[in-house]
Design a protein around this ligand. Sequence first.
Ligand SMILES: *Cc1c(COP(=O)(O)O)cnc(C)c1O
Length: 399
Amino acid sequence: MTTTPELEQHTYDAPNYAPLPIVIAEAQGSWVTDIHGRRYLDALSGYSALNFGHRHPALVAAAEAQLHRVTLTSRAFSHDQFNDFCRELAQLCRMEMVLPMNTGAEGVETAIKVARRWGYAVKGVPAGRAKIITFANNFHGRTTTIVGFSTDATAREGFGPFTPGFVTVPFADADALGAAIDDETVAVLIEPVQGEAGVVVPPDGYLTRVRELCDRAGVLLIADEIQSGLGRTGRTFAVDHENVVPDMFILGKALGGGIIPVSAVVSRRDVLGVLTPGSHGSTFGGNPLACAVARAVIALLETGEFQENAAVMGDRLARGLSQLPSTHVDAVRTRGLWAGIDIAGGRTARAVCERLLELGVLAKDTHGRTIRLGPPLMVTADEVDLLVERLGEALSTLS
Ligand SMILES: *Cc1c(COP(=O)(O)O)cnc(C)c1O
């Protein structure tokens, strides 16, 4: 029996993913090359972990230089990238303090711990009573605590019992949030744009209302900008579209430049300052290699060029997607260079993504009928046009 690497049974890897049939060998910028030498436009960008494209020269150079100096010290000792990283990230976020971790889920877990401790130490919530409000269709990661407040059955099933202390309200419904906040509420944990749910953008003014409700009740507003942040929406942060300032940012994905996992909680001194030595940590969090790469990421963002290109190319993408025939598409939602497209008729988004793969475009379905597009932020006009053209072709040639 002959078999190709793409179709080979996944004998040795656990079946927690259903990847498209491609085996990537190389990548540069917005393009990847498979093991047969075929090239594809990357319209997923590692779920926004590759906002600067594959192997951006400045990021590779920063990683390479650091590989020759020191890569890991643990937080038992400091190193010469650490303070600069914390200061530069705090300044990018207009905040005061940074707590570095590795993956996004760890960043979320960190924010939860900090919010609870703040609730007891500062707000005066009775011991063991702290409550955090989350939203329907949220996505914050895959740890047991986090899937416990997911509303997606696939993410939860078989993984209980779950951590108590979370309340879920509908997204984009300020009245429901207001009604759920009480004296034991310490934080509201929100994705300013729900990415995994299908790029769900709340109505204008909603985030402002959320900020007001949190202010009135003395509740921390935690913005999970792991996917929406760092340029994706055409601004540095998705909350910038309403000039809302959260109490804590959670960052990840693109912060590591597509090279190394880097996440962080970024906040004020009166919030992160509730931690004490030994109360939280991570062996790899804030390691020299991670800090060196993240500093180069921050330097790219400080130019503003990526946010600007994401805004301009995002408009172009939105215009192109709006031309797709309504027989093929039920709805298109965009914010910056980020789009959720609900496929019409009986087609699954998966089938469209498989057809797109054949046409040389990498994209991924989410929740059955939605395709999420998020090309690298330096994508060109020609590449955006190609993406829209190929999507149109995939939709029209699928029966
Ligand atoms: C990806 C993501 C996470 C989890 O990040 P990991 O690095 O996969 O743990 C959390 N929140 C949001 C909004 C994300 O998109």
